[in-house]
Design a protein around this ligand. Structure first.
Ligand code: T4K
Length: 380
């Protein structure tokens, strides 16, 4: 430990936005009055309609209990029940696990060294007669190459699902990222900028799919008859109430994060060996979900792990999102597609990434001090 850590209290990677407690009580009073707590209640209907209209460009939206269940429900809704799904190893385990829970097999594709998203140039070589879909992740809210993925899917008659857990409010050329693919699944977990404590939404291209999804996420019941092997993936009224309040609160958090992002760029931009996230030209609105740097040890003089450990000594808890790679987890590492030599970029990137604390609880002064700490670790 240094003699005195730079921060007295722990600085963590994410801090949930806490809506005003009195406002929440007001919402709860309405819920109590209605006597309706879950199963497509009034708050659920209101949140679903508002998200569809205000965030997802009118595309059919279905709320779910969390994004992991949302991904599983999306496969079922799209009728993908057997075969292989091409995906990225550089993601949270929820991505490949959802494929496995849906009874499908994940096939890992290497990533692009710049965006850290699935490398579209490598997808076609992984397509076999068993391939049914592509599950791509807009990792850290950086958009995948959506047009190229659409072209590959058309050519090979594949479905496309986006894991958009990090991509709330991400817009490309003025359009919500949710308008690409057959379905996009968003996470509203407490650590997300917009949240419902736990929760998520699936946004579909086609309104018939939303109608089917509403049945799948409700045990497969339609008009009191069981017509599908569904699941319980419903969002309840308490979660939806938080979401309605967050629709107002989120912009304050967004503005704050944009300012912190600016400080990170200004202060770390000139540090040799610190690679900053590069903004893509077609992004007209960012998700501002994570701020992830990469450490080039040869230039910086020390490794990512060194920076991570030394920040800890100063009470700053960065995270190695997403290390270790999903393809190196014990359930997946024996898959042919998971072999390290088949995923050289993903393995390299996973060894360099570091997500910095990025939330409304970080003051401009905190952000500057975090940058100064990182700069001070640099070797000669
Ligand atoms: N796809 C992708 C690409 C994802 O990244 C995720 C989830 C999913 C799918 C699945 O979405 P959900 O099914 O969760 O809707 C966190 C989140 O739990 C997880 O939602 C998120 N991605 C992932 C990237 O981050 P952990 O295991 O890293 O969380 P944890 O508990 O270590 O919390 C992170 C930090 O946040 C802690 O340092 C403390 C702080 N924190 C956390 C919570 C929950 C708080 O201050 N208060 C809190 O209430 O997964």
């Amino acid at each position: 430990m240094p003699n005195r850590p730079s921060f007295e209290n722990p600085v963590v990677i994410a801090k949930p936005v806490l809506v005003d407690l009195d406002d929440f009580k007001g919402e709860l009073q309405e819920v109590w009055k209605s006597g309706w707590l879950t199963n497509n209640g009034y708050k659920h209907q209101e949140l679903e309609a508002r998200l569809q209209a205000e965030i997802f460009d009118g595309f059919p939206t279905s709320l779910v209990s969390n994004a992991t269940i949302g991904l599983i429900v999306a496969f079922k809704t799209l009728g993908i029940t057997s075969g292989e799904v091409i995906t990225t190893p550089f993601t949270f385990p929820a991505t490949p696990h959802s494929i496995t829970w849906a009874g499908l097999k994940p096939v890992f594709c290497d990533i692009d060294p710049d965006s850290m998203n699935i490398d579209v140039k490598k997808i076609e070589s992984l397509i076999t007669a068993d391939t049914k879909a592509i599950l791509a992740v807009h990792v850290f809210g950086r958009a995948c190459e959506v047009e190229k993925i659409a072209e590959i899917a058309r050519k090979h008659d594949l479905k496309v699902i986006y894991d958009a857990a990090h991509a709330f409010e991400l817009e490309l050329n003025g359009k919500s990222v949710a308008c690409y693919g057959d379905a996009s699944v968003f996470s509203f977990h407490a650590t997300k900028l917009f949240h419902t404590v736990e929760g998520g939404a699936i946004v579909f291209k086609d309104k018939h799919l939303k109608e089917k999804c509403d049945i799948v996420k409700n045990f497969g019941i339609k008009n009191e008859e069981v017509i599908e092997c569904g699941i319980n993936g419903k969002m309840n009224e308490l979660q939806a109430s938080i979401g309605l309040l967050m629709l107002t609160e989120k912009d304050i958090e967004r503005n704050h994060r944009a300012m912190i992002e600016g400080i990170f760029h200004d202060r770390l931009g000139g540090v040799d060996g610190v690679i900053l996230p590069r903004k893509s030209g077609d992004v007209t609105k960012e998700s501002l979900q994570y701020f992830v740097i990469r450490i080039n040890a040869a230039q910086f003089g020390f490794s990512r792990d060194y920076v991570h450990e030394n920040l800890k000594k100063h009470n700053v808890f960065s995270r190695k999102y997403f290390y270790p790679l999903c393809s190196n987890a014990k359930f997946y590492r024996d898959f042919f597609s998971a072999k390290e030599e088949r995923l050289p970029i993903a393995n390299d990137v996973a060894d360099r990434v570091l997500a910095l604390p990025f939330h409304g609880g970080i003051s401009p002064d905190d952000a500057e001090r975090i940058c100064d700490l990182i700069s001070s670790f640099k070797g000669n």
